[in-house]
Design a protein around this ligand. Structure first.
Ligand code: FPP
Length: 289
């Protein structure tokens, strides 16, 4: 069989008035240099990550890390893209960071995907976020190799039947995975979570199953969405905003906070490792001296 001959590109083109250097001939020496620079940059980034990792104490990792995935809109705007492109990149980055957290051995991550206040956004953006969530939940084998169990926290009653079905399916599908638990906070609000817990306890009191004096911190902790995991040790919020925005209000009583100006889609494994290292260098006193 004869393969078609590759057309030989002329490096020089002669025309009557001038001798012109063709574009690829002009760029060829530069593309080599650019390639070498990119290689060095990649190597530098890898080395920087390794340097941080070597300083991380594997016996003092945060057990529960909360992440406010902020700055997707700004990330997109900077690139002249629609906001939804930023959310898409943000969702992809959650996979990258979760996979990395598993390799470090972080047992619990809670990611703020949609707050009870996010319904105030334009309908087109809410619809796009719901579509993205649906896609994310449908991707059953995502993170499979990394042993990630996915659980959803938040008020599911306002979510579509389709999303509820996919939540049930992914929770069931990943239920035996023993690695990191990823709590996806969807239609989640810290205040709503506390109200829900108090209603459940109030109901028990009304039915005569409990006395009001039995209400303790432990009892409330047992009624919140993340009842089976420790309080958040570390809360990460990128994008330059420094507030909690109704995230993990009960669980953050003694959390350490880590803020940075990086937009969430640009937040790298190196940034995550740095946040862990900074957390380990904090002096947590829990009210003591
Ligand atoms: C804030 O960025 C982020 C959100 C409202 C939700 C985060 C959602 C995702 C990362 C995508 C959905 C998640 C999954 C897991 C499918 P912003 O829009 O407020 O950014 P801005 O402050 O720059 O405008």
């Amino acid at each position: 069989m004869q393969f078609p001959q590759r057309k030989k590109r002329k490096l020089w083109k002669f025309d009557f008035f001038s001798i012109r250097l063709q574009r690829d001939a002009l760029w060829r020496p530069f593309s080599g240099i650019i390639g070498v620079i990119a290689m060095f940059q990649k190597w530098g980034k890898k080395k920087a990550l390794k340097d941080i990792e070597q300083q991380i104490d594997r016996n003092n990792l945060p057990r529960h890390v909360g992440i406010i995935m902020d700055g997707n809109g700004r990330w997109a705007k900077k690139r002249g893209l629609p906001r939804n492109a930023g959310h898409k990149a943000g969702a992809q980055n959650l996979k990258t960071i979760t996979e990395y957290a598993v390799t470090l051995g972080i047992p619990y991550i809670t990611a703020y995907a949609f707050s009870t206040e996010n319904w105030k956004r334009p309908k087109a953006e809410v619809d796009a976020l719901m579509e993205l969530l649906l896609e994310y939940l449908r991707d059953k084998d995502q993170l499979a190799g990394n042993d990630v169990r996915i659980l959803v926290v938040g008020d599911r009653s306002a979510l579509s039947e389709e999303i509820n079905r996919e939540i049930d399916a992914i929770e069931e599908y990943t239920k035996d995975r023993k690695g990191t638990v990823l709590y996806l906070a969807i239609n989640y609000g810290g205040r709503q979570e506390i109200v829900r817990a108090m209603r459940a306890i109030g109901e028990e009191i009304k039915n005569g199953e409990r006395m009001p004096e039995e209400i303790t911190e432990d009892l409330i902790s047992s009624q919140i969405y993340t009842a089976f995991s420790p309080d958040a040790d570390l809360i990460i919020r990128p994008s330059g905003e420094e507030r909690l925005s109704n995230f993990l209000l009960w669980q953050s009583a003694y959390s350490e906070f880590w803020f940075s100006k990086i937009n969430w889609p640009d937040f790298t494994t190196k940034d995550f490792a740095q946040a862990i290292l900074d957390y380990q260098n904090r002096n947590r006193r829990f009210g003591g001296v």
